[in-house]
Design a protein around this ligand. Sequence first.
Ligand SMILES: Cc1cc2nc3c(=O)[nH]c(=O)nc-3n(C[C@H](O)[C@H](O)[C@H](O)COP(=O)(O)OP(=O)(O)OC[C@H]3O[C@@H](n4cnc5c(N)ncnc54)[C@H](O)[C@@H]3O)c2cc1C
Length: 384
Amino acid sequence: MAEGNTSGNDVVIVGGGVAGCATAYFLSLAGIKATVIEREGIGSQASGFSSGGLNPLEGAQIPGPLAPLAMASYDLHREMAGAVVEASGVDYEYRVGSLIHAAMDDGEMEALRASYELFETGPREFTAEWLTAEEARAAEPLFSPEIGRAVRLTGNAALDSFKLTQALKRAAERQGAIFRKGAVNGLEIGGGVTGVILADGKLPCGTLVMATGPWAREAETWLDISIPVDPLKGETLRLDMPGVQPQQDLSGGGVSVTPKPSGQVWCGTTEEWKGFDRQPSETVRQTIFEKAVRLAPNVEKAWLVQHTACLRPVTPDWLPIVGNAPGWDNVLLATGAGKKGVLLAPGIGKATADLISEGQTTLPIEACDPGRFAPAGRRIGQGG
Ligand SMILES: Cc1cc2nc3c(=O)[nH]c(=O)nc-3n(C[C@H](O)[C@H](O)[C@H](O)COP(=O)(O)OP(=O)(O)OC[C@H]3O[C@@H](n4cnc5c(N)ncnc54)[C@H](O)[C@@H]3O)c2cc1C
């Protein structure tokens, strides 16, 4: 292959999802021009198909050890939005909105109470309010008469994650980063990692970042370390809804119905351990559709525009893997962000860039240390 622009001191990032592109972006701000190698397309996997929600207050390990990084990443999203849009010319539809979560049965009240508590006691920009079923239906007439009590949560931000990934790529590119199509099939080792092996040759590198999402285990044999990340499949329906559309995000009964700036309404999502199966399933389509119609009967009249399926990168403890690979001086891992990879992307990307440019970071990534896993990674198969 052509030698390209790299020299022995250059940074190579494998994976052009949101984690890899955020790393390239923050490296470019530090004056380091990385080369990103992506085998399918920038944002072609989960980063291009996520719901784009940025809720830093709840989720796996939040509250808990992931909470500090979640909030730091949420703040970074807010701080960087204007600069990234300006640097890239891509408006990725960053916005702060509200969600009404309605209980479809008594069993769901526990989840509503938990969300209320977290938003009520969260930072000032987050608020929570109880609504009777009548109040919820007055605020959102699309709700079914079947709903029970509801909670209105405000302060959550959201964005289009495909556009965010493209924006980070373009902003990094304009500051000198290189993006190349190619599949990394192995590593050249000589002391540390000295290059990545592609189908058509070798690309030398001084520092390697593996940001390969749910495919992280491919590098376990190359590096002889444990990187226990497994794919959790999620499917979403994108609908065209004629007539009245929801005015805010709705959820309840195990489904969310979310209006997007594009005019589409997205319904989802699912969680299934199906290996690397990325095929949308007819059964899942029907299930999501039925749940969405139960929550908001008008969905019955909607047209299906697109049915997507993609894979979240999940670790056994539901914490990302960010930092220096154990036993390697010039290899960093940036993966395993599970259901929160879009929220966490600026935190993961900036922390990785800081470690490369400064040798340290002030971002709270202690819980994400790659060294926490035993050499033989345990393959997971159940929820977390
Ligand atoms: C349905 C669904 C909804 C979601 N909703 C949200 C949400 O609301 N909020 C949120 O924060 N997160 C959400 N997520 C999670 C989020 O999408 C992921 O955590 C995030 O996109 C992971 O980004 P990544 O860059 O680590 O991985 P990926 O997006 O998978 O990118 C990894 C890239 O590496 C490339 N690659 C892998 N191996 C190689 C190789 N050997 N050579 C070259 N390239 C390689 C792949 O082609 C891929 O493009 C959702 C996920 C799903 C599935």
